[in-house]
Design a protein around this ligand. Structure first.
Ligand SMILES: [Zn+2]
Length: 298
């Protein structure tokens, strides 16, 4: 790759980490940010990327743990470059770890010596991913606050493709908030895009099924013939819609979705007696035993 084609954005400096430390903490405590967004299926991090316990013998320094290998994300035709430490990337995404370890070819991405090519549409998502690696979820939420729902769809698809659940949870909240605030719905093109880039039983697919149900039964801004035409085009939508009708029964709530039939999935509520909307966690990926950091939006 010719350097002239790259627009490089600087790698966060190790000094930045030190600024984040409270005087009493150690550099190792920053690894909490790594642990928080590991997917449930993630294996125990390879090597020693783990917070030491009191019984541990003194381990390597943070600088040693984070390593020196760098992943280069090259984005769009101009090859705008964003970078991150490989150890952090691999701990956050087992999918990326596999790709980087094997130099595998995958879809539109081609890896060569820790270089990953991504389409222009992934630019904001890569920035959010790197913010999550070096900062935390809260900062990603703050940085993405004024985005459009389409940007959040892109973030969700990035998280889904690379198995970064925290990004998917942030994105689904953003989609709900933006659609609700702007009184918009997903377009047919959005739904086609979502179904083309997600797997069966995906949470955003469930959200699409819930939204279509709401718009058919309550809001009535989609007609049966329009929905039928869309389902002919996107057969998996019909499947997801039928699964949704079958599983989203009021009792017993296997997942905290309450009595949702026809409720508006853009409304996030925490209180069962509210009688509308969906529980804040209804479309989240995180472990249900984990504390949910999302607030209701109505
Ligand atoms: Zn949640």
């Amino acid at each position: 790759m010719s350097n002239s084609l790259r627009r490089t954005q600087p790698l966060p400096d190790l000094d930045d980490f030190e600024e984040l430390q409270s005087p009493s903490s150690t550099l190792l405590s920053e690894l909490g940010a790594v642990e928080m967004f590991q997917t449930p299926e993630s294996p125990t991090p390879s090597g020693t990327l783990r917070r030491n316990t009191a019984s541990d013998t003194p381990g390597p320094s943070f600088a040693e743990l984070i390593g020196t290998e760098i992943v280069h994300f090259l984005i769009g035709p101009q090859r705008i470059e964003l970078t991150a430490h490989k150890n952090l990337v691999c701990n956050a995404s087992t999918v990326l770890k596999r790709m980087l370890d094997s130099n595998a070819r995958r879809d539109e991405y081609f890896l060569d010596s820790n270089e990953l090519f991504l389409p222009e549409s992934a630019h904001l998502a890569v920035r959010d991913f790197i913010t999550l690696l070096y900062r935390d979820r809260k900062e990603v939420v703050a940085l993405s606050h004024s985005r459009s729902y389409k940007d959040y769809v892109e973030l969700y698809l990035f998280g889904s493709k690379f198995g970064v659940n925290t990004l998917m949870d942030i994105a689904i909240d953003g989609i709900q908030d933006q659609l609700r605030e702007t009184r918009k719905s997903l377009t047919n093109e959005d739904i086609e895009n979502i179904f083309a880039n997600t797997a069966r039983d995906d949470q955003l697919r469930r959200f699409c099924a819930a939204l279509i149900t709401h718009e058919l039964l309550r809001h009535k801004n989609r007609t049966p013939s329009e929905v039928h035409a869309l389902m002919v085009k996107v057969p998996d939508l019909l499947k997801q819609y039928l699964i949704y009708q079958h599983t989203e029964s009021p009792e017993p709530p296997i997942v905290p979705t309450y009595h949702n039939m026809g409720n508006d999935p853009r409304d996030r509520v925490r209180d069962r007696v509210s009688g509308h909307g969906f529980h804040v966690c209804a479309f989240h990926i995180h472990d249900m035993l984990e504390e949910c950091l999302t607030a209701p939006n109505c």
